[in-house]
Design a protein around this ligand. Structure first.
Ligand SMILES: Cc1cc2nc3c(=O)[nH]c(=O)nc-3n(C[C@H](O)[C@H](O)[C@H](O)COP(=O)(O)OP(=O)(O)OC[C@H]3O[C@@H](n4cnc5c(N)ncnc54)[C@H](O)[C@@H]3O)c2cc1C
Length: 343
């Protein structure tokens, strides 16, 4: 089967021009070989589900390797379960497996698109849980040495939507190791106010992992945060901007009703609130553009069908400038940008 080299066909934004070379790796050996080949004399990019990528219309001048490896290995002991998962496993299918097996820790991360191998790249998070809570190590093909090595999670500088894997060229994740719990009778504590509210319980109340998964999927679906081929509100990279982290003194200058949460000695703000209150509303599009703010969630920029990467970038700049002018906060894009986004 011929695989399209157009990166629009491999990204959830559905934008992006061609790769010079595109290879698919179905086994870890193929992945290692394809990446080592590309490292010889080419620029390189690995792509999992393409759900955190904004690729320029000009495409990518180099080798793109699609990670399609499979395999889940688990070993259970008295205190929990250690699971090693191939990078190409679809994330949400893996979460579903953990819930079905009674392994706890990932249920709140249900419904996030993409692959297991990309999950540590930006330390995925949702509903009060981050991957770093349960990630123990990654099997890395190290770009500086060309060798495979298990890197402990503590050496990945995992932070809020970031790690050393995200913007550098540190290497390729071949597999991921997690340490999960085994479901206690009473369930797992709910760690996010909206989730607790939806379940009708107090924060911290233990709830069955299956119920957490179902509720998270329902909440995410209502925000266009579960991929759906029929719904252009999901033709996106999820949240386009991270929640800004500012000094406590700066946060004091914002309207009292602006949501905020402690982040160490700093303050995390709600990017969605800032965008809405700067006057950018759901569904907004620059006139004539096929890129628009999601009709379900202000934080997602979407492709209404036929958008270009340049149009997405134009909309992103519009949102950034509007928020900067109104509140003095610079929103930082969350997806990885590949190539030059201007015409
Ligand atoms: C509708 C929607 C909802 C989303 N919701 C969330 C959310 O709630 N929380 C959240 O954190 N994210 C969310 N995202 C973003 C995205 O799903 C995650 O970041 C996901 O982990 C990306 O996985 P991927 O396989 O699609 O990565 P890709 O988009 O293919 O790649 C992203 C980056 O990781 C690199 N990469 C991919 N695979 C590997 C690998 N094996 N080794 C090294 N580098 C690799 C790529 O080169 C690229 O730089 C959402 C996206 C969408 C479209």
């Amino acid at each position: 089967m011929t695989v399209s080299t157009r990166l629009a066909d491999h990204t959830t934004f559905r934008v992006g021009g061609p790769a010079t070379t595109l290879r698919t790796a179905d086994t870890t050996d193929e992945l290692v070989a394809a990446v080592r080949d590309a490292w010889q004399d080419d620029d390189w990019l690995v792509v999992g589900g393409g759900s955190n990528l904004l690729v320029a219309d000009a495409g990518f001048d180099g080798t793109v390797v699609l990670v399609r490896t499979r395999g889940v290995d688990a070993s259970t002991d008295a205190d929990g379960v250690t699971v090693r998962v191939a990078a190409g496993e679809p994330w949400d299918a893996f979460v579903a497996t953990t819930v079905a097996n009674g392994w706890t820790g990932l249920e709140a991360l249900s419904g996030i698109p993409g692959t297991v191998g990309a999950a540590p790249v930006q330390n995925i998070g949702a509903y009060g849980v981050e991957l770093s809570d349960v990630l123990t190590a990654v099997d890395l093909l190290d770009a500086s040495t060309g060798e495979r090595t298990w890197v402990p999670a503590a050496e990945l500088a995992l932070g809020y939507r970031t790690s050393t894997l995200k913007h550098g060229r540190r290497g390729v994740v071949l597999a991921v190791e997690f340490r999960l719990g085994t479901a206690p009778q009473e369930g797992v504590p709910v760690r996010y106010a909206q989730l607790a509210g939806s379940l009708g319980v107090d924060l911290g109340t233990p709830v069955a992992p299956e119920t957490i998964r179902e509720t998270v999927l329902r909440l995410r679906g209502a925000k266009g945060m579960v991929l759906d081929d029929a719904d252009p509100d999901t033709w996106s990279a999820g949240s386009f901007f991270t929640n800004p982290i500012v000094s406590a003194a700066f946060a004091e200058t914002l309207p009292a009703e602006a949501p905020r949460w402690p982040a160490g000695d700093q303050v995390k703000l709600s990017a969605a609130w800032l965008i809405e209150h700067a006057g950018v509303h759901r569904g907004y599009a620059v006139p004539g553009s096929r890129a628009a703010v999601s009709t379900k969630h202000t934080l997602a920029l979407t492709n209404r069908g036929g958008a270009t990467a340049a149009q997405v970038a134009e909309l992103a700049r519009y949102v950034q400038v509007t928020v900067l002018n109104r509140f003095g906060v610079t929103l930082v894009p969350e997806p990885v940008v590949v190539g030059e986004l201007t015409d």
